[in-house]
Design a protein around this ligand. Structure first.
Ligand code: 5GP
Length: 189
């Protein structure tokens, strides 16, 4: 997505090698118009999928997921990182964060994903794929069908994208980054 790539080149920062900071339009301050265009683009790429729900992880996945859900006219569920004491029947999985070097659990109320659902997963970044694998785990536990996974930014020099595509999953990334240093950002195409 050309507009997104231009914005990454203009406003993206690389505070340490392999890490992209996009706090002024995706991860902290939100550019709602760009995010809406991201939603339109995901909706176009997954139009064929007959998705019934979108699944993401709080917090950074919510904005692109909501825009996509709005464009596709389907509900959006976000996996929570803390389990509310009021939540009884949960689907749960563990994520390893390579950027923070910690493990955490994500939970989803099983009421919201049923075996007849067709789930499209949306997230902000695809890096090593741990967050994505946990979303797949939640979908598998629910008995629903995974129809595809969309990422705003994929760092293709980390192995998440390859792992997911090797499983036969339809993966879409709106900007795929091949090289990332504080001097330059190079896209795959
Ligand atoms: P993975 O599980 O694929 O290794 O990492 C995905 C998650 O880690 C994303 O949901 C995102 O929140 C975070 N993440 C990974 N790499 C980056 C990065 O370079 N920049 C930012 N802002 N977040 C990242």
């Amino acid at each position: 997505m050309e507009l997104l790539k231009q914005r990454i080149l203009r406003d993206g920062k690389c505070p340490s090698e392999g890490v992209l900071k996009v706090d002024n339009f995706i991860n902290h301050q939100l550019d709602a118009q760009l995010l809406m265009m991201i939603g339109v683009e995901f909706a176009r790429r997954f139009a064929y999928s007959r998705a019934t729900k979108i699944l993401t992880i709080e917090a950074s996945g919510i904005a692109p997921a909501v825009m996509t859900g709005y464009c596709m006219g389907i509900p959006v569920i976000f996996a929570k990182k803390t389990r509310p004491c009021t939540m009884d029947n949960v689907l749960q999985s563990q994520v390893h964060s390579f950027t923070k070097d910690i493990n955490y659990n994500i939970v989803v109320n099983s009421e919201y994903i049923k075996p007849n659902d067709r789930i499209l997963c949306i997230d902000d970044f695809l890096a090593y794929g741990s967050a994505a694998e946990s979303l797949i785990d939640i979908v598998t536990q629910s008995g629903a069908t995974l129809v595809g996974m969309g990422f705003v930014i994929e760092k293709s020099f980390q192995e998440g994208g390859k792992k997911l595509r090797d499983k036969g999953i339809h993966v879409e990334a709106l900007a795929r980054i091949e090289e990332l240093t504080n001097e330059h950002i190079k896209f795959c195409d």
